[in-house]
Write a protein that binds this ligand. Structure first.
Ligand SMILES: Nc1ncnc2c1ncn2[C@@H]1O[C@H](COP(=O)(O)OP(=O)(O)OP(=O)(O)O)[C@@H](O)[C@H]1O
Ligand SMILES: [Mg+2]
Length: 323
């Protein structure tokens, strides 16, 4: 078995918040410590070359997990390795790209200057930067804005600039914390395509999101976090196919008598222009309907077991949290 490119064991992060309580009138100031367990004993294995989605509602601990892996904060307990080496290893850092959740950039820098500056931080030569930066600006759709200061960028443009920054060093593994936040549907699709193209080039992509539909399309595997705890991890179809939500049967040219008979057997019935659709929860009833349609003069157009979407899985399994 190859060593996972990202591995965490018992990774735990407890934040201690100082809460200052004041009581005016009698002027009393109390300093209380409130502990927040943001990550609870997280065990994760991410394989090389996969697109791995860390999913969960607000406050689930996604950013905390990424910050620990990036060495920006320290775990309270547990261990983690990146590319088989302990966190903080310099050679590993050189092979990592990172887009933080709310990136703050020097906004008087122009798009090109910004990437040039980060390229220098990565230790890239001037020639390498001259070659790479235009390619990246093109890749994220910002070539037209290379001479514009970042303070004139929209949120979506800043997100793209941040993404270009994360790819400067041709990373082996890219960590993206909510890469699609602030983007319109076109922008989200572009980021999805970009993530897929990174995978094609052999990179591993580890990203967090609560835009479940996007994760559903591109992730090889996902981990679902809730209140700092890992609820589920696996390939999307493993997590979801376990539960077929309903069967949809579409037919045409049925007699009205047949339609009303089948409607009575179904949970839902939809009349479309040319066809009728029966939605049934139980498989045996769905199959009985199919048999009746086949035996009638009508036509069966389609029979589709509809699995639960990730969105539905989320809502069924995970409570929203107080953040
Ligand atoms: N610096 C901090 N000090 C104290 N508590 C914190 C700190 N950062 C995060 N938390 C708490 O840790 C928990 C997890 O937060 P985190 O930012 O990791 O969640 P998240 O899954 O990234 O959420 P979101 O989807 O909103 O970005 C939350 O309850 C949050 O309030
Ligand atoms: Mg976050």
């Amino acid at each position: 078995m190859p060593i996972p490119i990202v591995q965490t064991r018992n990774l735990t992060k407890i934040y201690v918040r100082d809460v200052i309580g004041t009581e005016f009138g009698r002027l009393k100031i109390r300093l209380k410590n409130r502990k927040v367990a943001a990550l609870k004993s997280l065990d994760l294995d991410v394989n090389e070359g996969e697109i791995f989605g860390l999913l969960g509602p607000n406050g689930a601990g996604k950013t905390t997990a990424i910050k620990v892996l990036m060495g920006l904060i320290f775990a309270t307990e547990g261990t983690a390795t990146l590319m088989g080496k302990p966190l903080g290893d310099k050679s590993v850092k050189a092979s990592i790209g990172f887009l933080p959740e709310n990136p703050y950039f020097y906004d008087y820098l122009k798009g090109y200057e910004f990437l040039n500056y980060y390229g220098q931080l990565y230790g890239m030569s001037a020639a390498a930067r001259r070659k790479k930066i235009p390619e990246l600006l093109e890749l994220v759709g910002l070539s037209h804005a290379e001479d514009l200061p970042l303070k004139g960028y929209s949120k979506g443009m800043l997100q793209r600039a941040g993404l270009a920054q994360a790819l400067l060093n041709d990373p082996k593994i890219v960590f993206l914390d909510e890469p699609q936040s602030g983007l319109d549907p076109f922008g989200r699709k572009e980021i999805r395509d970009l993530i897929l193209s990174l995978k094609e080039k052999g990179a591993t992509v580890f990203f967090s999101s609560h835009i479940l539909a996007d994760a559903e399309v591109i992730c090889d595997r996902v981990a679902i976090l809730s209140k700092g705890r890992l609820m589920n991890v696996g390939a999307m179809d493993e997590i979801l196919s376990a539960r077929i939500k309903a069967y949809e049967i579409e037919a045409m040219n049925l007699s009205e008598d047949m339609v009303s008979e089948l409607e009575k057997m179904s949970e839902r019935f939809i009349r479309r222009t040319k066809t009728v659709l029966f939605v049934v929860e139980k498989e045996e009833i769905a199959l009985a309907i199919v048999k009746k349609i086949i035996a009638s003069p009508g036509h069966l157009v389609s029979y589709t077991p509809r699995r639960e979407t990730l969105e539905e899985f989320f809502i069924r399994n995970i409570e929203p949290q107080n953040v």
